[in-house]
Structure formats: C-alpha cells, structure tokens
Design a protein. Structure first.
Ligand code: ATP
Length: 333
C-alpha cells in the first residue's frame, strides 16, 4: 500500500534533491552519458554509447578495451580534438561540449598533455630533446625566457631518467627514450591531466616497463593525473585502477591495493573486480561470468541484507521441460 506524502515530506525531498551533489562534482574528469556517433556514407556508427567515467585528481589509471571499443574516440574528446554528439564531458572545470575554438586551443596547450603511440607524432625530428621540451613552454608564453625554459627541460629530463638525451635529436634515441622525452614534453606546462594513447604499443616489454616507471614517477613526484589508453591487458598490472571499455561504454573496473599478510609480514597486491552501476541502475556483467553460468536474457535477483544475489533464471528449466512435454505430446498426438 502506498501512502500519500505530506507537504513537509515533499518539501524535504525537494530540498534534498537540490542539495544532492551533481554527478562527478568532485572528479577531475567527468564523462556523463557521453555519446559519439559518426556518419559515413549514410551509415551511422555509435562509437560511444552513453559512456560514464569519473577520474579523481592524482590518479594513475588505465582504460583497456578491444579494438573498436571506442578508446581513441574517448581520448580525442578528452584531448579537446573532438566533441561528443550528446552527453556531458568536463576536465578540470572545462566544459568540453560548449568550449569555444579559442578556449579549446588554450585547453590543449595548458590543461592537457598527450603522449601518442607513434613516437614520430610526439617529437619534432629536427629539435633536440631539450628543445622539444622547451617548445610547449614557448608556445604557452611561459615567463622567464630561454633560461627558465632550459632549466625546466633539464629538470624534467632528469626526473624521467633521460638526461643523457638532452642534446640528441629523436633519431639518435631508442624508442623507450623517445617516449620518456615525449612524456617530458607533455609535462612541460604542468598539465592537470596527461593522456597517453597506447604509449608502449611500439615497444618491447622490457622497454615498456621503463616507460611505465616514468609514468609512475610523473604521477608520484609531480602529482599529475594520468589516463593511459591501451588494448594491452598486461598494462593493467602497472596501475592501481583499470577501467574496461566495451562497445562504447565502461563495463567493469579492477582496483588493486597492497595488503600486508599479518602472519608473514609480506606485502601482496590484491586485485578486486567491480562493475559500473549507472544512474538508471543498469549493471553490465562480464561476459565470461554470464557465459560460465549459462546466463542470458533474464536472471533471478534476490535482495539480501548486505548484497544482491544474481542467479541463473530458475524458470528456464521449467520452461524447457514444458517445451519438451509439448513437443512429446505433439509427436504422440
Ligand atoms: N571518424 C570516424 N568515422 C566513422 N567511424 C569511426 C570514426 N572513428 C571511429 N569510428 C568507429 O567507431 C568505433 C570506435 O572506434 P575507436 O577508434 O574509438 O576504437 P578503439 O577502441 O580506439 O580501437 P583501436 O584500438 O583499434 O584504435 C569503431 O567502430 C570505428 O570504426
């Protein structure tokens, strides 16, 4: 039985709704039901299908997804190179949907830094490492002149362990060194967010580890928030938080933290998987879980005091038995 709320209850509810914090109010990156549709030759492709994502200040996280899941589309939106078709996207208080062309340019120069997969896209071939790092400072009109820019370049190249490359041009460096210098370039203007698209895609695993160490250093020493996009699942072990993208939506996420074993005193990394719950209450279950239990179309739910149980649909067996009976009757009749 439902009871009609009193006027005071309605007033309290309205006040609570007004005071409720907006989605992602305390996040540095907020994607709220982001949709991106491409139209090519009259065919529409929904690259992002209502993607939700929150990234807090100071995080180092990875977005992992298969080819075509929408990673690059999301990256281009966060980088200010593309706009969502619908939904909201904010980075460090910049509204990526309504930003003007002028604001977009300033945003790309000072708020975000990028490291792309292709080393050639990150560095100018005719400049040395130090000159490459100094260039974004010059473009942003940073005060202090040539001397200050050279000092900043030295500081970043030292920090990322590529001091020896200072006077070398990109072709005189290894792939891993080029990516670490690219990271220094991306950090030059002290961006609020650093975006990296498959930054180790062209590197062997040993070199990739060194590049990841440089990302961790940037995150820990400079406090830069870093989002790394990759299709490589092994990257997941390099960061504390991995969010999976599937079919243009964030699906599951894995958080890792260290726990000290009280018996042995040994520190272990513990990983736990979570599913995203959107504001409509929709939950995407990992395909391998649903497949393992033969779940499809419908599942049985039970609310328990501290959890919700999701079980295979127990009426399916009854339905199947009924269908078998009907088939048998048809045959016999
Ligand atoms: N400019 C475009 N025009 C038409 N379709 C596009 C465009 N860009 C991306 N798509 C489509 O959108 C979907 C998502 O593409 P996206 O490049 O974001 O995926 P991805 O996860 O980055 O893949 P990959 O790892 O292969 O780069 C794909 O189906 C792709 O074909």
């Amino acid at each position: 039985m439902t009871t009609t709320p009193t006027f005071h209850e309605l007033a309290d509810r309205a006040l609570a709704a007004r005071n409720a914090a907006a989605y992602g109010h305390d996040a540095l990156i907020t994607c709220d039901r982001v949709v991106r549709i491409f139209s090519a030759d009259g065919v529409e492709v929904q690259a992002l299908q209502g993607l939700d994502l929150l990234v807090r200040k100071g995080e180092l996280m990875a977005l992992v997804g298969a080819s075509g899941s929408g990673k690059s589309t999301l990256m281009n939106i966060l980088a200010g190179l593309d706009r969502p078709t619908a939904g909201a996207a904010r980075v460090a208080d910049h509204d990526l949907v309504t930003m003007s062309a002028k604001e977009r340019l300033a945003y790309r120069r000072t708020t975000v830094g990028f490291v792309w997969q292709q080393t050639s896209r990150n560095l100018l071939p005719y400049l040395t490492a130090a000159q490459n790092v100094a260039l974004p400072l010059q473009l942003a009109g940073t005060r202090g002149g040539r001397r200050a820019r050279a000092d900043r370049a030295k500081e970043l190249l030292d920090l990322l362990d590529v001091a020896e490359c200072r006077d070398r041009r990109p072709h005189q460096m290894s792939g891993g060194q080029q990516q670490r210098v690219a990271l220094a370039v991306a950090l030059a203007n002290d961006p609020a967010v650093l975006l990296a698209d498959e930054p180790t895609g062209e590197l062997d695993s040993h070199t990739a580890e060194q590049v990841f160490a440089a990302f961790r250093t940037a995150n820990e020493e400079l406090g830069t928030t870093i989002v790394i996009v990759t299709h490589d699942q092994s990257v997941a072990s390099e960061v504390r938080r991995t969010v999976a993208i599937r079919d243009g939506r964030t699906s599951t996420e894995v958080l890792r933290h260290s726990e000290v074993d009280s018996a042995t005193g040994q520190e272990n990394l513990v990983a736990r998987e979570y599913a995203m719950l959107d504001r409509a209450g929709r939950l995407q279950l990992p395909a391998e879980y649903t497949r393992a239990l033969g779940m499809r179309d419908r599942v049985a739910l039970e609310l328990e005091p501290d959890h919700i149980a999701v079980r295979p649909d127990d009426t399916r067996n009854d339905d199947a038995a009924r269908n078998d009976d009907a088939a048998r009757n048809d045959r016999e009749g």
